[in-house]
Design a protein around this ligand. Structure first.
Ligand SMILES: Nc1ncnc2c1ncn2[C@@H]1O[C@H](COP(=O)(O)OP(=O)(O)O)[C@@H](O)[C@H]1O
Ligand SMILES: [Mg+2]
Length: 215
């Protein structure tokens, strides 16, 4: 990787290994897709390329909006890595666990999700690990490898369901968290965007009902 200097590994996930370091002197993050040996190599390569290219497309799209996102420094789709500017702060996950964040930030998160949806993008993996909070104000979304451009309403509802499950599993001590998320989502909904905020919440509620019924 030209122009890249590793400082340390910060995350070893199922799909990717993430390092912090510097790119041309700027604090940066290197995310390398892991090879999954249980997948056929061709399929594995195709999935890696697909996820990286959607991540690049979404980051590029976000860059011309007011939605905060990391800058794209470099990428090699075939080699399976991407270098982004480092967003300084802690994940919303950590911030909720150590009591620095509460429903106020979850409400803001709801608003940010709606802004993303109104750009015609679903996130695909909306857990509290994929949003970074700086101070107690700025929320920055990351990790767009499972995003969809021009999603169907089902994908928008699923974004909210993934977050709902994350809040229930990891942040159950935050009372009314999901209500705060919905409040933020609806308060950032503009009237002329289809599907409306209320329609997405309806879809989320029916997904919730489906999941409960089958559980
Ligand atoms: N641009 C960034 N700035 C700061 N931290 C980041 C950045 N990108 C990723 N991270 C950290 O690395 C973790 C994993 O990165 P992520 O893009 O979510 O990959 P994965 O697909 O493995 O979840 C994040 O939860 C976050 O803690
Ligand atoms: Mg992630």
């Amino acid at each position: 990787m030209p122009l890249w200097k590793t400082s340390k590994m910060i995350h070893q996930g199922a799909e990717a290994t993430v390092f912090s370091g510097h790119w041309m002197g700027d604090k940066a993050i290197l995310k390398k897709r892991n090879r999954r040996s249980y997948r056929h190599p061709d399929l594995d390569r195709r999935l890696t390329r697909q996820r990286l290219s959607v991540e690049v497309r979404v980051l590029t799209k976000l860059h011309s909006t007011e939605i905060p996102s990391p800058s794209l420094f470099d990428v090699d789709i075939d080699e399976g890595w991407i270098i982004l500017s480092e967003v300084e702060g802690v994940t919303l996950y950590e911030s909720l666990l150590n009591g620095k964040s509460d429903n106020e930030q979850i409400k803001k998160f709801g608003g940010l999700i709606r802004q993303l949806h109104e750009l015609g993008i679903s996130h695909g993996d909306l857990t509290t690990h994929n949003v970074i909070i700086r101070g107690d104000e700025d929320l920055t979304l990351i990790d767009f490898g499972l995003s969809k451009i021009s999603p169907e309403i089902e994908h928008l509802g699923l974004d909210l369901q993934v977050l709902h499950e994350c809040l229930n599993a990891s942040h159950y001590e935050e009372n009314d968290a999901i209500e705060s998320m919905i409040e933020g989502y609806l308060s950032h909904s503009s009237d002329d965007f289809t599907p409306s905020g209320a329609d997405v919440i309806d879809r989320f509620n029916s997904i919730r009902g489906r999941v409960r019924y089958h559980a």
